[in-house]
Write a protein that binds this ligand. Structure first.
Ligand code: FAD
Ligand code: DLZ
Ligand code: SF4
Length: 515
């Protein structure tokens, strides 16, 4: 542990969390380097509340150590507790307590934690300890809690698209006065093409680990090497400067095709035209608005088309802000929601990758290697399968929270519990993202090399997504039968011969029994 001890009354202990690595963090802006001390701590409680992917832990610890160094260079005194330091109590609240014992008279100052769990832990600790604590709102988000609540209040349905328009107006991104650039708010109708493997494929910018990162890699290998996921090769950015380079690289190389191939999947192409920036934005190395401004600049300079730029900006000022609003409106309790009453344990192959479904093997295999899968793999492959198979959404939630380098509950839970599993009964989406093999075949090239036949609907060798799709709809008809967006699908089922219906349900039963 490294620290310098000043003696000052009215001084603050500023707790900076692993996903608060931003120079413009409100608690740092409110602090004074001549008076206050920054506390950062690597602790087992955060590193193991789910079995995080080793790459995720290494990324955060390395980024935390680099950030602490940058703060010191700017004149801050930093008390940095490494995971294996003698005396490390291995929990953030106890590390605050330990630091305050050494720094009597200091008050605790922090920016609101992203996760409800940790916010509650710290609030309860401060109350018990009788320690003065000032928790500032996290202004790195575009919409404050109050703004989201005001927007949501009195609406029968919360739909991202309308919230997104508010965020466009608020930020002025892609706006001409009150009018959206190009005359429309949303250019998705021009997106979502399947990709071809003869297209030029950029790769995200890779960074070589320096000495600090190598030390973290050794630590993580020793302490978390048995967790699901490969630690090496490790190429993530671990400083803001590197993350800014990754942003430039994305804007120049991949952004122009981002919209067109946003929903595509290709065997062996793990990143396609995605940015792989969520882990940097969520940890604070990049600000969401600066990312959007960089991307908007590419449009104004003529190097990226409007459908790509609008689609990308929508993900950040639309979806990212919207899911955060839902999370804080719904917690506590959101992660326990289970609209369908699904109880099946998560199949083992989510951890082993051993499945002969080619699409699932690709998504899980790259998750193991990269701590990354793109949106459609998360939603329409691993998420879709879990929902169709009736897996307990809480188990699904814990898997996603563990395996992705960008996963924090405030963003992961609404995407998993809400968008992907429909476990909130339709708060976040108007219908479940359920799909048969046909969707995956249209958007990918996985089926050509699969042990199953995507065209075969039932019986031996049929693509499992096909019978499971119908079984899911039939099993949950009481809950979904009145959904107008599913009326046509249920009509198709009702028109089916009863023998055919039985074949679907029998095939589904056989698959589920084997899981
Ligand atoms: P890109 O495809 O390049 O998109 C650009 C940026 O938009 C992302 O970096 C991210 O900041 C933002 N974004 C895009 N979609 C979403 C979304 N639905 N919600 C919030 N932000 C979005 N995102 C996370 O950041 N953390 C998670 O733990 C997470 N879990 C998910 C679980 C499921 C089941 C699903 C369906 C989606 C999840 N997402 C999560 C959203 C999205 O899949 C990831 O943000 C994205 O895949 C990250 O890769 P990227 O940076 O290459 O994103
Ligand atoms: C995810 C994570 C991990 C793995 N380790 C730490 C840690 O040791 N110290 C820390 O301050 N933060 C860590 N984090 C990030 C926290 O879990 C995150 O700040 C909370 O979940 C709030 O979003
Ligand atoms: Fe996936 Fe079915 Fe296609 Fe195989 S056939 S890759 S299981 S969708």
């Amino acid at each position: 542990m490294t620290e310098d001890t000043p003696s000052s009354s009215d001084a603050n202990l500023i707790l900076v969390l692993g996903d608060q690595l931003s120079p413009d963090l409100p608690s740092l802006c409110a602090g004074d380097p001549d008076r206050d001390i920054v506390l950062m701590a690597e602790v087992a409680s955060e590193a193991s509340y789910v079995p995080h992917h080793p790459k995720k832990i290494a990324f955060l610890f390395a980024a935390m150590r680099h950030f602490a160094e940058e703060l010191r260079n700017e004149g801050w005194r930093v008390r940095y507790v490494e995971l294996e330091d003698t005396g490390n109590s291995q929990s953030l609240s106890r590390e605050v307590e330990r630091a305050l014992e050494d720094l009597p008279g200091h008050a605790l100052l922090l920016t609101e934690p992203g996760e409800y769990r940790l916010k509650t832990e710290l609030e309860e600790w401060a109350e018990r300890a009788g320690t003065p604590m000032r928790m500032l709102e996290d202004s790195r988000f575009i919409a404050s809690h109050a703004e989201f609540r005001d927007w949501a209040d009195g609406r029968k349905q919360l739909r991202m698209e309308y919230f997104y328009r508010e965020m466009r107006r608020k930020t002025g991104l892609l706006m001409h006065g009150d009018e959206p650039e190009g005359g429309r708010w949303n250019f998705d109708s021009e997106n979502r093409k399947p990709a071809r493997d003869d297209l030029f494929m950029p790769r995200p910018l890779e960074h070589r680990p320096d000495e600090t990162t190598e030390a973290v890699l050794d630590l993580v290998e020793r302490r978390f090497g048995d967790n699901f996921g490969r630690l090496k090769p490790f190429w993530f950015a671990v400083t803001r400067a590197q993350a800014l380079d990754a942003l430039d690289h994305f804007a120049e190389e991949a952004l122009p095709c981002f919209g067109d191939y946003q929903d595509a999947m290709l065997e062996g192409e793990r990143f396609l035209y995605h940015s792989v920036l969520a882990l940097y934005i969520n940890a604070g190395l990049l600000g969401p608005l600066e990312v959007c401004h960089r991307v908007e600049r590419a449009y104004h300079e003529g190097s990226a088309p409007l459908n790509a730029v609008e689609g990308f900006i929508r993900q950040i000022i639309g979806w990212r802000e919207f899911v955060r609003g839902i999370y804080w409106m719904q917690m506590p309790g959101y992660t326990e929601q289970n609209f369908f009453g699904a109880t099946r344990p998560l199949p083992d192959f989510y951890w082993s990758g051993e499945t002969d479904m080619a699409c699932m093997a690709a998504a899980i295999g790259q998750t193991r290697d990269e701590a990354y899968a793109h949106h459609i793999q998360r939603l329409m492959v691993t998420g879709n399968f879990a929902m169709l198979a009736g897996v307990d959404p809480h188990e699904v939630h814990e898997w996603y929270l563990a395996v992705y380098a960008d996963a924090y509950e405030w963003v992961e839970a609404p995407n998993v519990i809400g968008m992907s599993q429909f476990a909130d009964g339709g708060l976040l989406g108007s219908k479940p993202y359920a799909a048969s093999g046909n969707y995956i075949n249209k958007m990918s090239d996985h089926c050509a090399g699969c042990a199953y036949d995507v065209k075969k609907k039932t019986g031996d060798g049929a693509c499992p997504f096909n019978p499971l799709y119908w079984d899911f709809l039939v099993r949950n008809r009481k809950k979904l039968g009145n959904n107008p967006r599913l009326a046509q699908v249920y009509r198709t089922w009702d028109r089916m011969e009863s023998d055919r219906q039985s074949e679907y349900l029998d095939s589904a039963r056989a698959i589920l029994d084997r899981l």
